[in-house]
Design a protein around this ligand. Sequence first.
Ligand code: SF4
Length: 412
Amino acid sequence: MGQLKANGKEVAHETEGDIVVINTCGFIDNAKEESVNTILDFVQKKEKGEVKKVFVTGCLSERYKPDLQKEIPNVDQYFGTTELPALLKALGADYKHELIGERLTTTPKNYAFLKIAEGCDRPCSFCAIPLMRGGHKSTPIEDLVKEAKSLAAKGVKELILIAQDLTYYGLDLYKKRNLAELLRELVKVEGIEWIRLHYAFPTGFPVDVLDVIREEPKVCNYIDIPLQHISDHLLKSMRRGTTHKKTTDLLIKFRKEVPKMAIRTTLIVGYPGETEEDFEELKQWVQEMRFERLGCFTYSHEENTHAYNLEDDVPEEVKMQRANEIMEIQSQISWELNQQKIGKTFKCVIDRKEGNYFVGRTEYDSPDVDNEVLIDAKAHYLKTGEFTQIKVTEAADFDLYGEPVSVEAILN
Ligand code: SF4
C-alpha cells in the first residue's frame, strides 16, 4: 500500500474501489475457504460491472496458483508471495526499492505490526507455511529501527513484533539469536511506548529476551509462545524439537524470571494419533499452567506437509469437542485471573470507540486476540489512540470493565 501511495495511487483498505487486490491466506482449511469465498465474491462483482479488475496475491495464490487459475479464471491475474514488483506493475505502479519500510498501515493509528523476519526453517510436521513463505530470512536491525522510526513519526505508539518464528531472529544474519539486541535498539525509538512479542518458538528460546522484558519498561510483560501440544509422542510426531518436561521447565523459567508476564499460547487438538490419554494430558496441563491467554485450533490436514502422510484419524466432531473442552477450561481460568484485577488500575491504550464503549487494552493484551477493557462512553470521554489509567470495576470471562482515573478523563 505504501508503494502504491508513493506512485500517486489512491489506495484504501477494505472499502470500495474499482480495482481490487485480495491478499489471501493459505495456511489451514478455514483460512483457505475464507480466501476462496472472498475471491468468488469479487469475481461476481466484476461480472456485474461493480468492479473493473480483481487481482489475487498472498499465500493461497503462492500455494495453489495453477489450480486457482483453472478453477477461477475470471481473476485478472494471480501473484505469489514474492511477486510484489509484478503486482505493482499490473496496477500501473513502479516498485521502488528505496521505499522498503515505508508503509500505509491498516491497523488503528496507535499500533502497527513489525515483521522482523520472513519465512521459516523449522520442520513442524503440520505446517504449510514454509511451503509458501520459504526459508527464514531476518531483516537487519538497522532496517527495522528505520521502519520503527518511520512508524513512530506517523503516530504509532505500539509495535507488535511478528515473524513466522520470532525467536530464530538473527541466526541467519548474525549467526546468533539476537532478538534481545533488536529489542534493546527498538526501545530507543522515540514515540514508541509498547513493544509486544508474538510467535516465539519454544525450542532454543533465547533466554536473554526474558532479561529485556523484565528490565525494559517499553517491552510489554507479554509473550505469545505457540506450544501446540504437550504429549511427548505427539510433540515428536509434530517435529517440534521439544518435550513435555522441557516445555514445562521453560514456562516455569518464564514465571520465575518475569513474574508479571502474561503468557499466551495456541494449541492444536485432533492431530493424527491423538488419543483420549493424550487429550487428558493436555487438559490436565492447561489446568496446571494457567496461561493468561490461550487459543485452541482443530488440526487441519494439509497436503505436502509431513503430517499429510499420517492418517487424519480423529473425527471432525471429536476435534471440535476437544477444542471446546479446552476453551471451557480456559474460560474458567481467564475468569479467575480477571477477578483478581477488580479494583486495580492499569495503563491502557484506547484502540477505538464501539457503540456505547471505548475499547482499550492493557499491556497484557494484544489486539484482536486477547482481552479488552470496556469503558462506558456515555459516562466518560477518552481519546482514541492515547494511553490512560483505567481502574477495573468488573470482570467477565474474557473482558474487563473499567473507568478512567486520570485527570484528563473528563466526565460528561
Ligand atoms: S515454526 Fe511456525 S511457521 Fe515454522 S514450521 Fe513450525 S509452525 Fe510452521
